[in-house]
Design a protein around this ligand. Structure first.
Ligand code: PMP
Length: 299
């Protein structure tokens, strides 16, 4: 790409000029919300669902996004077109905006709106063939009554800390438990287990983000008549599962073949995981908002 165009506060600017104030409370306090979205061949997968989650996160922290959802959709589509992208990762950030050094959001009157879209190299095929190694970490998932995992806020330290723990342990991803020891999710992905033909993912109230990929997989699993359940489970259930996999915008659907040193089944991605990944890759092409030809308005 010659030079990237970033949408920042009402206009497109070159990457080099896309700067925000050091007094922005997104930087000073992690005060803001974001979304990670993906476009496949010009189709922005589940854009409406991502916008719903963005506006709900904002509503929860009393942050007024200065655009309607329709306008935000046009801005996002516009960012893809402006950069002439087809397959892309899109990051939308709404921060509280510049204020003073005090944390009071009342001093911030102009939320910053940022949309970044860039070409996305797919994760290497080998990773899907090999599967990931996962390790449970000491840091617990934020309690919903402290900082709800449903708020996709700019305060991602809980997730950053567990990624550090995973790195220290030499595994690919962290398995996060809640304060009662129930499995919640990975650092940036939802977890599923398959046991005796049943597919189970934790209910989000235990402390997982309600992932859009998670919901898409639940839908696909039910469409194919799998016994798909949302139920609490523990590390023991993960260790003894027939299959374990993770879902997320970036990673799509990926097998986990080792958890805390326990090999899952034969240590290879399982049938159900591979089937769901294949079906998922089919729906991402059509389910969403098309950027080209110009059937949606864009800024
Ligand atoms: N959990 C967390 C903590 C995440 O950050 C993400 C990525 N957004 C997910 C799960 C997966 O959600 P989605 O499928 O919507 O990308």
């Amino acid at each position: 790409m010659s030079s990237q165009w970033i949408y920042l506060d009402d206009k497109f600017v070159r990457k080099e000029e896309a700067v925000v104030s050091v007094f922005d409370h997104g930087l000073l306090y992690g005060d803001g919300v974001f979304e990670g979205i993906r476009a496949y061949d010009g189709n922005i997968f589940k854009l409406d669902e991502h916008l719903d989650r963005l506006y709900q996160s904002a509503q929860s922290i009393m942050l007024q996004i200065p655009y309607t959802k329709e306008e935000m959709q046009q801005i996002i589509v516009g960012t893809i077109r402006h950069n002439e992208l087809n397959s892309a990762y899109i990051r939308v950030v709404i921060s509280r905006g510049p204020g003073n050094l005090g944390l009071d959001p009342a001093n911030c009157t102009n939320p910053s709106v940022i949309v970044i879209a860039e070409e996305l190299a797919l994760f290497p095929k080998e990773l899907y063939q090999r599967g990931l190694r996962m390790g449970s970490v000491a840091t617990r998932r934020n309690r919903p009554d402290v900082l709800s995992p449903q708020v996709k806020s700019l305060n991602y330290l809980n997730n950053v800390l567990v990624k550090l723990e995973a790195n220290q342990a030499g595994v690919d991803e962290a398995l996060m438990l809640n304060d009662q020891g129930y499995v919640t999710e990975g650092s940036a992905d939802n977890i599923f287990i398959v046991k005796n033909g049943k597919i189970i993912t934790p209910p989000v109230y235990l402390g997982a983000l309600e992932g859009i990929t998670r919901n898409a997989i639940i839908e696909i699993a039910r469409e194919f008549d799998y016994d798909m359940q949302e139920e609490p489970f523990t590390r023991h259930d993960v260790y003894t599962a027939d299959e374990v996999f993770l879902t997320g915008t970036a990673v799509e659907v990926i097998a986990v073949v080792d958890v805390d040193g326990r090999t899952i089944s034969d240590g290879k991605p399982g049938k159900v995981t591979n089937h769901l990944l294949a079906e998922f890759r089919r729906v991402v092409q059509t389910d969403g908002v098309k950027c080209y030809p110009a059937n949606v308005n864009a800024v």
